[in-house]
Design a protein around this ligand. Structure first.
Ligand code: SF4
Length: 263
């Protein structure tokens, strides 16, 4: 049987996450994919067969039937906008089904901009969360190991294109999605997958300069979110349906005390 392309995280009962692709233009040293495709009791492997837009919509309807979702997030173990048309088709269909009664967020590295310069997705979503990850191209290369040349330059081009679009839409008094930048706090190196951690000697893993990243975000007029690394996402207990159900009801079990700010 095909695994659902919509997964739900403990403590985030109202959010359905779309596992749309495992392909990515980065190979971040902190990426959870390095530890396998098991994530909070869901298998995100996709087995080389990403879901079609029709399958995602079918899975969305099934998940929405069980727990009326407040938000859909395109965020898996890959770059959603590498499947731009699929994201767009799913967004259109979700809007047809739920109108504005549900939020839609896209989490992106911004690097799909190197393949396709399109921003029409902004007409359909409420939030775009973009991984800034570093204050400089050098730091970005050191942590994200991009597979394309000038990745940080591509990211900056993408940010500027969104900013220009935002200014235009503001002039027309049109709605524009919330835009935010994110960095990963890599100081908790024990949470970094071993293959990534081993790229640097102990104590030398690159850490973003949070102040400089904040200044970049402020320069664009957007907030910066500092994300903590996932600590226990592969633990077997997340596959226990009883525990998952407790979490999805919004009850925080003891073992979650340290994880709520990591999701
Ligand atoms: S951009 Fe995201 S999915 Fe891609 S390697 Fe980095 S953390 Fe993983």
């Amino acid at each position: 049987m095909r695994a659902s392309s919509i997964y739900v995280l403990p403590c985030k009962a109202g959010s359905g996450y779309v596992n749309i692709t495992n392909a990515c233009l980065n190979d971040c040293l902190f990426c959870i994919k390095r530890d396998g495709a098991h994530f909070y009791g869901s298998d995100l492997a996709l087995d080389g067969r990403p879901p079609s837009a029709a399958e995602i919509v079918e899975d969305f309807e099934a998940a929405d039937d069980v727990r009326r979702l407040k938000e859909v997030v395109f965020c898996g173990m890959g770059e959603p906008l590498l499947r731009y048309n699929c994201v767009l088709d799913v967004c259109r269909e979700i809007r047809r089904l739920r109108g504005q009664s549900i939020g839609i967020r896209v989490d992106t590295s911004g690097l799909a901009w190197s393949k396709e310069k399109r921003l029409d997705i902004l007409d359909w979503i409420n939030c775009m969360s973009i991984s800034l990850n570093a204050e400089s191209a050098e730091k970005y290369e050191a942590m994200c190991k991009p597979k394309i040349r000038n990745a940080y330059g591509v990211l900056m081009d993408f940010l500027w294109a969104i900013k220009v679009e935002q200014v235009e839409q503001d002039k027309l008094n049109c709605c524009f999605p919330h835009v935010r930048l994110t960095v990963v706090d890599t100081r908790e190196t024990d949470c970094i997958p071993e293959s990534g951690r081993q790229a640097y000697p102990p104590g030398q893993f690159p850490v973003p300069d949070f102040d400089k990243c904040e200044a970049i975000a402020t320069g664009f007029g957007w907030p910066l979110i500092v994300k903590r690394l996932f600590r226990d996402s592969r633990d077997d207990h997340w596959s226990d349906p009883a525990l998952r159900e407790i979490c999805l009801q919004g009850i925080t079990p003891d073992l979650c005390k340290d994880c709520s700010n990591r999701h």
